[in-house]
Design a protein around this ligand. Structure first.
Ligand SMILES: [Zn+2]
Length: 167
């Protein structure tokens, strides 16, 4: 939802050739993509960084991913959507090592977290009794905080709304 909000906020609507749902699906996928690092056992490391966002945004702009009309807007939308993930992770309570995220890779290998606990922890230990209560309460909290943002981004960027420049 955060990726969608950020992506839509900068993507604009005008000139997006494909249907809107492609743009939405892509932005959501980009927001979730950093966690694919779980597949190769380097969670919260390289993919959760500014460096990764720059690389992915550049590939997206070069390949003209259908999230915005111009290369510059594609770059901006993908970069912001990707960055919401490490940002929100840094705002969440992290209970598994390494604590925090490798935010400034490739320039630094250090892990950062804000310690703010705006968002709750997510448990992958499905065999524990705390799995469902922990995750459901974290999800509820995320929805309460982020749904209004996503709704606003959606509403303010829908075709024909004010604030959308003619192109
Ligand atoms: Zn993550």
């Amino acid at each position: 939802m955060a990726a969608l909000s950020a992506g839509l906020a900068v993507a604009g609507v005008a000139g997006v050739k494909r249907e809107r749902w492609v743009q939405i699906a892509l932005l959501v996928a980009i927001g979730a993509a950093p966690d694919l690092d779980l597949l190769w056992g380097r969670h919260s490391r390289e993919t959760h960084s500014v460096g990764a966002a720059l690389v992915v945004a550049s590939v997206a702009a070069w390949q003209r991913w259908p999230v915005a009309s111009t290369r510059w807007r594609i770059w901006l939308a993908v970069c912001s959507a990707w960055l919401t993930h490490p940002l929100l992770d840094a705002l969440a309570r992290d209970t598994s090592v390494p604590l925090g995220i490798m935010a400034f890779w490739p320039w630094s290998q250090e892990h950062y977290q804000t310690g703010l606990s705006v968002f709750g922890p997510i448990s992958r230990r499905y065999w524990l009794d705390t799995f469902w209560p922990t995750n459901l309460s974290s999800i509820a909290r995320e929805v309460v905080i982020l749904a209004p943002l996503a709704a606003f981004a959606w509403w303010s960027r829908r075709p024909g709304s004010r604030g959308q420049e003619a192109k």
